[in-house]
Design a binder for this molecule. Structure first.
Ligand code: DGT
Ligand code: CA
Ligand code: CA
Length: 570
């Protein structure tokens, strides 16, 4: 499939257009097309052969032509033209969080920066501070951006690793003689980013399991292939390790390779005090095996009950287990609906009907349609009259539904002065109001905190979406007094969102722990712009579980009527 290549090409075109200061609508059209094509499950070549390119949402005449051109010739003239005189090294600087196209263009023209080495040099010797519109703060933010980029290099987002690993595990299940297989490592703990994927298996013939693994069609390169361990690289440079262990060691190995390392080290100090040795082969007392086949045997040998992998970060879970006070984590199946989905009334790609069908098929009781509001022009935000029309449309669809219902919502923009982008009158007719910041990220701490607090003080606002604004590996959170926001959330009866969209995961796990301590109600929404993305609810549930949340801490574990009651309360 050439879907990813074409998506990447349009992404690059958007970058180049932005760098050249072209029309932002044109830039966002390319970004939208890139996103949608990247998410397509069907082969774009086949879609093109059937003459259906224009049926892809976000693909108009111009973009369709470029897709055909690429499929026929392997390149696009307009792209080559844009790229002329601009090196890949220069464009790579756009990957630095906080380095916008305008800044890059400025430092390129004024200081002649061409690559990362030039940039580091100029940051060192203070040349950049002098430039018009730069200043100390901007330079600091570029330095932090470079660090952030370095940290995320070589790691991949959970939202990418999770489906990939599941697919590999499913194909491996067909190998004869294999009896058990599971993901371990940071992915089993559902960390927000993953260094490499670790898989553990057992069966009658380890060697055969490894051979099947290194022979999978996804494999691009085999790094190692032995009797008990295989290491491969798949598309995108992602490394996957698979270990095949003896059945009697499977539980101990699963525990060991799930980690985290600090969790395991802490467990071993407890074991030592009990004269017990634990390693990846088993649990031993005086060299006699006392456990190892099942994972929970490792914990019970240490006087604890088994604990969910998401907790294993040495953040107090071992002490809690010793006291018998582990939280009863919420399960994905406790979640009754998705509270944040976009339709094609704004920048989503599907009809409301289709979202309803999808939500129902996922087993949800409800889905809240929360399109953008009018000031977000680039996302096709809705003005009051359009939103009222949309509410009628939702009523119409709900009449035809049985058991499942769509909730009427909005993701209303919090304007730079803290007022909302829609009138109270219209907000009062909605089932659910999500408010969010989409502009003015760089405001000082007090301003941005106050803005969110003002929004929460509006009695119609029920949820603050993606409260910190970070994008995984690419944008830092806004400078925000989150503790104050959490305290005000309780006072104003407002919920804070775990935005489960794979590039956000905002709030994150640590924030959730703090929110729970304070008693803040959390809601989980996928921010899906395409119904297929509603699967990301499982990422949101994982963040909640890593934050020790229970069913009662999460708004959308409530059935629809109680959810709406909660929202009406204030
Ligand atoms: P990653 O891959 O960086 O996202 O993080 P992990 O946690 O998957 O780490 P990885 O792949 O290096 O190793 C997988 C697990 O193996 C790790 O979570 C715990 C265990 N492990 C690895 N090295 C050590 C070690 O030196 N001591 C202990 N106790 N456990 C280790
Ligand atoms: Ca790993
Ligand atoms: Ca590993």
């Amino acid at each position: 499939m050439k879907n990813k290549e074409i998506s990447g090409l349009f992404e690059k075109m958007a970058d180049l257009l932005e760098f050249k200061g072209e029309n932002p609508f044109k830039v966002s059209a390319y970004r939208k097309a890139a996103r949608i094509i990247g998410d397509l499950t069907r082969d774009i070549e086949e879609i093109s052969r059937r003459g259906q390119l224009l049926a892809i949402p976000g693909v108009g005449e111009g973009i369709a032509k470029k897709i055909s051109e690429y499929l026929e010739t392997g390149t696009v003239a307009a792209y080559e033209e844009l790229h002329e005189g601009i090196t890949d090294e220069l464009m790579a600087l756009m990957d630095i969080p906080g380095m916008g196209p305008k800044t890059l263009s400025l430092i390129h023209k004024e200081v002649g920066i061409k690559d990362m080495a030039d940039l580091s040099g100029a940051l060192e010797d203070g040349r950049l501070i002098e430039l018009p519109g730069m200043g100390e703060k901007k330079v600091e933010s570029i330095k932090r951006g470079i660090e952030l980029l370095a940290q995320s290099r070589g790691r991949m987002n959970l939202g990418l690793a999770f489906p990939l690993a599941n697919r590999i595990v499913e194909s491996m299940k067909r190998v004869t003689g294999l009896t058990k297989i599971e993901v371990s490592g940071s992915l089993r703990r559902m960390r927000e980013n993953i260094g490499d994927i670790d898989i553990l298996a057992t069966g009658s013939e380890g060697k055969k399991i490894i051979a099947a693994f290194t022979g999978l069609p996804e494999v691009r390169e085999v790094l190692a292939s032995g009797d008990t361990k295989g290491s491969v690289v798949v598309e995108g440079g992602i490394q996957i390790d698979l270990r095949a262990v003896e059945e009697e060691s499977y539980g101990a190995a699963l525990q060991y390779f799930t980690g985290s390392k600090p969790h395991n080290i802490h467990l071993r100090t407890i074991a030592r005090a009990r004269d017990i040795k634990i390693n990846e082969y088993g649990v031993f007392r005086n060299d006699k095996r006392i456990a190892g086949r099942e994972e929970n045997g490792v914990y019970s040998a240490l006087g604890m009950i088994w604990m969910p992998p998401e907790l294993r970060e040495d953040r107090g879970e071992i002490e809690a287990a010793q006291r018998g006070e582990l939280p009863n984590l919420l399960e994905l199946s406790d979640i009754q609906g998705d509270l944040h989905v976009h339709s094609n009334w704004s920048d989503g790609s599907s009809d409301i009907d289709e979202i309803a069908r999808w939500g129902e098929s996922m087993g949800h009781q409800y889905v809240a349609i929360c399109d953008h509001s009018k000031s977000l022009k680039i996302a096709g935000g809705l003005a009051e009259d359009r939103l009222l029309q949309q509410m009628d449309e939702i009523d119409r669809i709900n009449e035809q539904l049985n058991g499942f219902r769509l909730l009427k919502g909005t993701e209303v923009d919090i304007l730079p002065d803290g007022t909302l982008d829609l009138s109270d009158e219209v907000l009062s007719h909605l089932d659910i109001v999500i408010a969010a910041i989409h502009t003015g990220f760089k405001q000082p701490r007090e301003r941005i905190t106050e803005r969110i607090v003002l929004a929460m003080e509006n009695p119609h606002v029920d949820i603050i979406a993606h409260p910190t604004g970070r994008l995984l590996g690419s944008r830092e959170p806004y400078d925000l007094d989150l503790d104050h926001v959490m305290e005000m959330a309780i006072q104003t009866h407002t919920s804070l969102e775990i935005n489960a969209y794979h590039e956000r995961l905002d709030l994150n796990d640590i924030h959730c722990m703090r929110a729970k301590e304070k008693g803040v109600m959390i809601s989980i929404g996928t921010d899906a712009h395409h119904p297929e993305q509603m699967w990301m609810m499982s990422l949101g549930a994982a963040v909640a579980r890593r934050g020790w949340l229970e069913k009662g801490d999460v708004l959308n574990c409530l059935p629809a009527h109680r959810l709406i009651q909660w929202c009406r309360k204030g």
